[in-house]
Design a protein around this ligand. Structure first.
Ligand code: GLU
Ligand code: ZN
Length: 455
């Protein structure tokens, strides 16, 4: 059975590169009727935070990336990692290194000043006797050999083992390093396919060495090129587009972000829009691209606009209410009612949930505008008021006739009436058409708002 995993370190919010990694792992496992596991890599006590664990899990839920079984916490497994380090040591695949930080720093400095890439020089590799001093455990990397990473995305990557240092498995405080923990856990969790960012290629080689010494079955590796910012640089926090939270807070829908991430570095023919079912059905590993993908913010927004237009309106409203609760304010039930009834109008031209919020703000956040009425427009605003007062309820035809008559009678353009009217009714310069605004507000509220300004 195919078993994949997503293994974030809870040292920050879910990065969109991480979200894409999670999505690919999830989709591949589902495509293969396998399992997708979540492993929280929380062994770094200083930098790991509970709030980030929660944030990562919430973001995955929000995106509809559901993991199987319970989340797996790497910190609970530390003893198993230590046991393996000790086993490697007993079998002479690892050794104790007593070099002090000072000694290592000096060697690193010397290498640097000679322009040589620093690698641990193996001073303690052949030591026979135990010393009563602090030590780390290092893996004994066989010299003068070639090791190949069979990477499903990048092809075979062959490396000379002389370029891999005897890396540390266990620190002097007896804590395991990332490469040890990751290898041990991938084995324990029976991971068959490791799909992750490009930045872990060298780690993969180190992890493979551990697998080989332990005679474990090596998983297949797929290293996905990283996501770059719009100007081609490495995506950083400052781009304000680096975490899923950055998208959520401007009102990007989870389906839109998910669809966007799917197409970022993966393709299926020239298909652009994938339902959840289709993404599971068509996802494969061979179509992952070899070159870095570039973030395209306009593309995310236009996808979001597509989903705002085409999503079931009930689901859209659910997303909208959650969004406002989280990032704006709790709307009263009356406003929610009005927005729900008129969502087909209010979502017009909206690219984000935030746009819908702004479009709707005249309903729950009405600001009276000073100086909207002047001596000139007061005449026809008054005429408009007197006529709509006579209506018992909203009537598209009748309101159209009223406006047309006033425009004709006063020999003005429609915008001479429309602009001040829109301003009075909504407090906004950009808003739906006058007829739609009156429909949304109802005749009574429209009359009140006009009355207030004229008198
Ligand atoms: N915790 C590592 C990271 O966040 C996981 C790498 C891996 O997938 O093995 O980058
Ligand atoms: Zn040493």
């Amino acid at each position: 059975m195919v078993i994949t995993r997503f293994a974030p370190s809870p040292t920050g919010e879910l990065h969109i590169g991480g979200a894409r990694t999670a999505l690919f792992n999830y989709l591949y496992s589902k495509n293969q009727n396998g399992k997708f596991l979540l492993r929280i890599e929380d062994t770094d006590k200083e930098r790991s935070k509970k709030i980030y664990e929660d944030q990562i899990i919430n973001s995955l839920n929000w995106l509809g990336i559901n993991f199987d079984d319970k989340a797996f916490y790497q910190s609970k497994n530390i003893q198993k990692h230590i046991d393996i380090a000790e086993k490697l040591y007993e079998n002479n695949f690892a050794y104790k290194c007593y070099c002090t930080q000072d000694e290592l720093d000096k060697k690193r400095e010397t290498a640097k000043s000679n322009n040589i890439n620093y690698l641990y020089d193996g001073t303690c590799r052949e030591l026979k006797e135990n010393r009563d001093l602090p030590y780390v455990i290092r893996l004994k990397v066989e010299k003068n050999k070639k090791i190949t990473l069979y990477d499903g995305v990048q092809g075979n990557i062959e490396i000379d083992t002389n370029t891999i240092e005897d890396f540390i498995l266990l620190r002097s405080d007896n804590t395991p390093t990332y490469n040890l923990s990751a290898a041990v856990d991938d084995n324990l969790m029976n991971i068959t396919h490791v799909i992750r960012g490009d930045d872990h290629k060298i780690n993969a080689l180190k992890q493979i060495l551990i697998f080989q010494y332990m005679k474990w079955k090596i998983p297949k590796y797929f290293h996905v090129p990283l996501i770059h910012s719009e100007n081609g640089k490495k995506l950083s926090k400052r781009d304000n587009a680096s975490t899923t939270e950055d998208y959520k807070k401007i009102g990007i829908l989870p389906v839109a972000l998910r669809n966007y991430l799917l197409r970022l570095g993966w393709s299926y023919k020239d298909k652009e829009i994938f339902s959840d079912e289709e993404s599971i059905k068509y996802f494969n590993l061979k179509n992952i691209g070899k070159s870095p993908s570039k973030l395209d913010f306009e593309r995310i927004k236009s996808l979001n606009e597509f989903y705002i237009k085409n999503l079931d309106e009930k689901i859209l409203i659910e997303n909208f209410i959650l969004y406002t609760k989280f990032y704006k304010k709790n709307l009263d039930s009356n406003s929610i009612d009005i927005i729900t009834k008129n969502i087909n109008i209010l979502k017009n031209k909206a690219k984000t949930l935030e746009d819908i919020y702004v479009n709707s703000s005249f309903i729950f956040d009405y600001q009276q505008i000073k100086n909207a009425v002047n001596s000139k427009n007061k005449t026809y605003l008054n005429q408009f008021l007197e006529e709509i007062k006579k209506l018992n309820s909203y009537d598209y035809e009748k309101i159209s006739n009223i406006s047309e008559n006033i425009v004709k009678k006063n020999n003005i353009k429609f915008k001479d009436l429309g602009q001040p009217l829109r301003l009075i009714l909504t407090g906004l310069t950009q808003a739906p058409s006058i007829k739609d605004i009156i429909k949304i507000l109802g005749i009574n509220e429209a009359v009140n708002r006009i009355n207030y300004h004229i008198n």
